[in-house]
Ligand binder design. Structure first.
Ligand code: SF4
Ligand code: SF4
Length: 196
């Protein structure tokens, strides 16, 4: 009899414990319901890519000297540099065509880093989807198009990434776009001392 009563007592205590634990869990869950969702409502809201974001490559054909450095440093030798021999020794190459296939590109920016005339640059454009895979092969005209800027799109609410928020802020919805980020801005950081 005593054993039975002890079992009933243990069972009752475990039931009360379980009920308390469930109530605590539910209270935490319901507390979360009061908080503002942190969801970025794409495509009506978009995060502004960071300044060093590696998006679609921009190309300026008038600066290109057809040196093919971008091809040599590309891990997949991707850029197509189509040129003809130039008329003189000084003008040894005449560029005819330049293209990059973004269906193959891994957006590593090696070509941008090593281009001697800086005619390549990375943009903040990442919406490159296409129904036809061949449309991803950008020629010099498509590469030369200025990128779309999220901040300049009136149909989109631009939001800042976590690293760009002011001190103490975690949700970009609360922060005006123009409020400076926490910490020194890139222009305020002194150039590193180069040791010889
Ligand atoms: S490295 Fe620059 S200049 Fe040379 S071919 Fe490539 S894009 Fe043109
Ligand atoms: S970003 Fe990288 S993979 Fe793409 S073309 Fe340039 S070097 Fe090649």
């Amino acid at each position: 009899m005593l054993g039975f009563l002890r079992q009933v007592g243990d069972y009752t205590r475990d039931t009360v414990d379980a009920a308390r634990n469930i109530a605590q869990g539910l209270s935490v869950t319901f507390d979360h319901l009061q908080r503002r969702p942190i969801t970025i409502q794409y495509p009506y809201e978009k995060l502004i890519p960071s300044p060093r974001y590696r998006g679609r490559i921009h190309y300026e054909i008038d600066k290109c000297i057809a040196c093919e450095v971008c091809v040599k440093v590309c891990p997949i030798n991707l850029p197509i540099v189509d040129y003809e021999p130039g008329p003189t020794k000084k003008i040894s190459k005449v560029l005819r065509h330049y293209s990059i296939d973004f269906g193959v590109c891994i957006f590593c920016a090696n070509c941008v880093e090593y281009c001697p005339t800086q005619c390549l640059s990375m943009t903040e454009e990442y919406e490159l989807t296409s129904f036809d895979r061949h449309n991803l092969n950008y020629d010099s005209v498509a590469l030369g198009r200025l990128p779309t800027a999220i901040k300049a799109d009136p149909s989109v609410r631009p939001l800042r990434e976590l690293a760009e928020l002011p001190k103490g802020e975690l949700d970009p919805h609360n922060v005006p776009v123009n409020q400076p980020a926490y910490g020194p801005q890139p222009k305020q950081v002194p150039n590193p001392t180069i040791l010889s």
